[in-house]
Design a protein around this ligand. Structure first.
Ligand SMILES: [Fe+2]
Length: 300
């Protein structure tokens, strides 16, 4: 059966894609054409101008200071063309809300990738002016990028500093405290040397592995469509199921109090110990299948 994934990686086999996917290696294909017509024929995606004419949701304009997605202002479509012409990149989130075709591709791609039903899936469009791009960073997301117009170069490198990060990090910006608690090495102050260069043109597709270092620079003004998946980790599945289980108990649902003096603190500690002992008795009967039945809507 032809899936969205097999269409996007053609003429390669999906097994080749999964080899990269499972080993956090970038995967790319150039010159996709007929297979992606359903997407590329959408009038909204013809050009940056037609996108602005058809876009009814908020738009983010990236401030040029640190070339990072975290640095932006919200603008409307009228102002967007002006700021784009002045060299600022534009970020359009949730394209799936405006196009049933994009929505269908996004939903099917999540299933084709084998990601959990709890995955936060969305489609983002990036309009990048010539010379614009993003500073070196990594994301916790899985990203599949389809270049629609223009030319943009990507540099991608393995991440030796942390495996499976649960938050993004941009070189030169402060490190998230939780992320810092599990890094293997101090964050670098420039893009790692062993980077791979991939030049994306209209019809190019790129899988950006979760956590891989990457930076971009557009040679011409460029428009790309990203299928972005923030997929739950095993931690997320367990804590989600655990929360559902504990929510059944009025004792676990009590407000946690007692942190104002020593005596009350001791009472709080005793209470939590009592609850933990209760949980320990329950845990031996836990099975992975029960957790997955609670988190997935298509259990096999
Ligand atoms: Fe990124």
């Amino acid at each position: 059966m032809k899936t969205v994934l097999s269409t996007l990686v053609a003429p390669h086999q999906t097994s080749e894609f999964f080899d990269s996917f499972e080993n956090d290696k970038p995967f790319y294909v150039h010159n996709l054409s007929e297979g992606i017509n359903e997407i590329t024929d959408l009038p909204m995606l013809e050009s940056i101008e037609s996108l602005l004419n058809n876009w009814s949701l908020p738009i983010k304009a990236h401030l040029p200071d640190v070339r990072d997605e975290a640095s932006f202002i919200n603008i409307n479509a009228q102002d967007a063309l002006k700021v784009f012409e002045n060299g600022m990149g534009l970020h359009f989130n949730h394209a799936e809300k405006l196009s049933p075709v994009i929505d269908q591709w996004l939903k099917q791609l999540r299933i084709d990738l084998g990601l959990s039903a709890l995955t936060n899936s969305r489609c983002m469009l990036y309009a990048t002016p010539a010379g614009g791009g993003t500073a070196a960073h990594f994301d916790q997301n899985i990203n599949i990028v389809l270049q629609l117009t223009g030319e943009k170069t990507w540099w991608i490198s393995d991440n030796e500093h942390v495996r499976n990060p649960m938050t993004r990090h941009t070189i030169g910006l402060p490190c998230d405290p939780e992320l810092e608690s599990y890094i293997n090495a101090q964050m670098p102050d420039s893009m790692p040397e062993n980077k791979k260069e991939i030049v994306m043109k209209a019809g190019s597709l790129l899988f950006v592995p979760r956590g891989s270092w990457h930076m971009t620079s557009a040679k011409t003004s460029a428009l790309s469509l990203n299928f972005t998946f923030t997929a739950p980790t095993w931690i997320d599945l367990l804590t989600s199921a655990l929360r559902g289980r504990l929510a059944q108990s009025s004792h676990w649902r009590e407000t946690a109090i007692g942190f104002n003096d020593e005596v009350n603190y001791q009472i709080a500690e005793n209470k939590l110990n009592y609850l933990l002992n209760d949980l320990k008795e329950d845990l031996p009967s836990w099975r992975a299948r029960d957790i997955l039945n609670a988190t997935e809507c298509e259990p096999f």
